[in-house]
Design a protein around this ligand. Structure first.
Ligand code: PMP
Length: 406
């Protein structure tokens, strides 16, 4: 498909079709995307951008092994999981094989929100508790139950009565205080949910001992632990496939999404059979699209590529080089560089981050912003990003900082 003029009516038609509550487009000048490959996105005019933002195309945009797995399976059969087909079963076996033995059961769904919603529903059912704990500026999803655990979307309004938040950069007693505030309102915790790289809070490299202390405090108060690996899983941190392994904890629920199908919608909850057994006779666990053979084929192909291309090793190498290149940028506006594998936050002085992000887009490099004050440049590329892309990425950040200096 060749380049063509961007369609000037598309943004207005989008606004009319989706309505005013849908998330805004990225960048002051939105990008009309046409095609992609690896770490590259090409717009309709034929301009190619280095994608240092999108985590969903985990092993790279349009990876041929994923696209052919999807195409091959969709030509054969696609249906739900009430017929026998090996793909979803093999996927579940492959996932539990990557986890500690207690985590022996997999429920396949379609989005990170749905995975978290199901984990939350199981946590409330088995604990009999209704309270929930999340970080101060977390995002975990769109359903009613999970929006309640997603303060990023509360727009500064007070949270629901059954939810408390804590500052993930404070010491573990911040969680005790949050549990105490819940208790004062008559709620015991059903679960604490944590994105291991705390993406929306601003990306922080949490200390294993700290997370172990949080998990112990949650359990002492009667709650379960939900490791939301939608951002932090599938090798993002480089050291482990799952971030909970990095922390040395065994969660009660592990939720997966975004990168799981490299862009194809597929998500999962990994949990314990003794938890799921308590739901028998109370609820059915069935999702029409969850675990369909095409989604399962995509997710299996992602696991294969993560192994065959030794993606975690590449993440560690690229992260190391990127961190060094970012630290070498000599600009007083950079207050902090936080790299957890290829989840990287560059905290900037004042309100510079959005202008820097938009300038980097003009320079051909796509990044985002994050944090409660949107003061941190979010670099969270496909894990196909390699050391040789680092100079372009860090160079664009340095140039954007100097050309937007006030
Ligand atoms: N958990 C985390 C940590 C996320 O970042 C997101 C999506 N931004 C979700 C859950 C929800 O996933 P989805 O959009 O697939 O429902």
């Amino acid at each position: 498909e060749g380049a063509r003029e961007p369609d000037p009516s598309l943004a207005a038609r989008r606004a009319a079709a989706f309505g005013p509550a849908v998330d805004p487009l990225f960048y002051a000048e939105p990008i009309e995307v046409l095609r992609s490959e690896g770490v590259w996105i090409t717009d309709t005019s034929g301009r190619t951008f280095l994608d240092a933002y999108n985590n969903v195309p985990c092993v790279g945009h349009a990876h041929p092994r994923i696209t052919s797995a999807i195409a091959r399976q969709s030509r054969r059969i696609n249906t739900h999981t009430r017929y026998l087909h090996p793909s979803a079963i093999e996927l579940s076996e492959r996932l539990t094989a990557t986890c500690p033995p207690e985590l022996d059961t997999v429920l396949l769904v379609n989005s990170g929100s749905e995975a978290n919603d199901l984990a939350w529903r199981m946590a409330t059912a088995v604990t009999g508790n209704r309270g929930g704990l999340c970080t101060d500026f977390a995002y975990h999803g769109i359903t009613e139950a999970i929006a309640a655990l997603s303060p990023e979307g509360w727009f500064g309004a007070p949270g629901p009565d059954h939810v408390e938040t804590w500052d993930p950069t404070a010491d573990p007693s911040a969680l005790d205080a949050a549990i105490e505030r819940l208790r004062a309102r008559g709620h015991a915790p059903a679960a604490t949910i944590l994105d291991g790289v705390v993406t929306s809070d601003g990306i922080f490299d949490l200390d294993p001992a700290y997370v172990q202390a949080l998990a112990a405090r949650t359990r002492a108060a009667g709650g379960l632990w939900i490791a939301d690996e939608v951002q932090s899983g599938h090798g993002r941190t480089g050291t482990h496939l799952w971030c909970f392994e990095r922390f040395g904890i065994v969660p009660d629920f592990v939720t997966l999404g975004k990168p799981m199908g490299n862009g194809h919608p597929v998500a999962a909850v990994i949990t314990r059979s003794d938890i799921v057994a308590q739901l028998v006779g109370h609820t059915t666990l069935f999702s029409t699209f969850g675990g369909n053979p095409v989604s399962a084929a995509a997710a299996l192909a992602v696991l294969d590529v993560l192994d065959d291309e030794r993606v975690l090793d590449r993440v560690q190498r690229t992260s190391h080089g990127l961190r060094a290149a970012l630290l070498a940028i000599d600009d007083p506006a950079i207050l902090d560089v936080r790299a957890v594998g290829l989840a990287v936050g560059v905290e900037l002085e004042g309100d510079r981050a959005r202008a820097v992000r938009d300038r980097m887009r003009e320079l051909g490099v796509l990044v985002g912003t994050t944090g409660r004050h949107s003061d941190t440049v979010k670099i969270r590329p496909p894990l196909a990003l390699d050391e040789h892309h680092v100079p372009q990425l860090a160079g664009a950040l340095g140039d954007a900082l100097s050309s937007t200096r006030r």
